[in-house]
Design a protein around this ligand. Structure first.
Ligand SMILES: C[S@@+](CC[C@H](N)C(=O)[O-])C[C@H]1O[C@@H](n2cnc3c(N)ncnc32)[C@H](O)[C@@H]1O
Length: 226
């Protein structure tokens, strides 16, 4: 009896069950689909999800200072939303090659010409290793659900010698704002430890909006080198 015949006799003709959805895959994983749907809808809310940002805000300034000159460098904004940070990067560094990645294709529609768009999840970045000189994620890692996996991915796509910055909220301040059920905030040491798996010179600091206002502990910026 042929191998196929033997298999049919043992298992019948039913197709094998599909492989379980890979974690972090926005096309097959229910939670990621729900997150994408939610942000697709939020893209219409310009008040809470703005497409521009005042470049004097310290969140922007801290990234500009950390990355320095980005001429001829490739930059990834992971979870870029409508690209408010990427817009500033493009204005300040017209010779940089800037990419915005987001799980929500509706958010990506706001990305202006001159910035490349990538649809996908930061937990399974659709790019090869060592593709970027600079990577940042602002208020997006907190939505990534599989945080360790996302941090690994952000480091994976960074070139050796490249720089990574993450801005997110401090877990010690949890409860200060309304959050969707999947959102996570991070303790400084917790994210520093994850970053040290793949990066070096890891540090973090509290961040305020304005230069002359002391940080209140809600926002933290983490910096790392690969
Ligand atoms: C609060 S918004 C921040 C957007 C942008 N970084 C900013 O500061 O304006 C969070 C963004 O993360 C995106 N996001 C959520 N989960 C994601 C994932 N797993 N991978 C990539 N982007 C994701 C959302 O679609 C949304 O655009």
């Amino acid at each position: 009896m042929s191998l196929r015949g033997l298999r049919r006799r043992l298992f019948g003709t039913a197709r094998p069950a599909p492989a379980p959805a890979p974690p972090g895959d926005p096309n097959t994983n229910d939670l990621y689909r729900e997150i994408r749907r939610s942000f697709d809808e939020s893209s219409r809310d310009e008040e809470h999800f703005p497409s521009t940002i005042d470049p004097r805000i310290q969140h922007v300034q801290s990234l500009l200072k950390f990355f320095g000159d980005l001429a001829d460098k490739r930059v990834l904004d992971a979870g870029c939303g409508k690209g408010r940070f990427a817009r500033v990067m493009r204005e300040r560094h017209p010779r940089a090659d800037i990419w915005g990645l987001d799980i929500s294709e509706e958010m990506l529609k706001f990305i202006p010409a001159g910035i490349h768009r990538l649809a996908g999840s930061m937990t399974a970045l659709p790019v090869g290793d060592s593709a970027f000189d600079a990577v940042y994620a602002t208020e997006s890692l907190e939505h990534a659900v599989e945080i360790e996996r996302a941090v690994d991915e952000l480091c994976r796509v960074l070139k050796p010698g490249g720089r990574l910055a993450i801005i997110d909220k401090n877990a010690e301040q949890w409860g200060r704002l309304e959050t969707p059920p999947w959102e996570k905030w991070f303790r400084r040491g917790e994210l520093e430890r994850l970053l040290r798996h793949r990066c070096r010179e890891v540090r973090s600091e509290y961040l305020s909006y304005w230069e002359d206002v002391r940080p209140d502990g809600l926002f933290v910026v983490w910096f790392a080198h690969k």
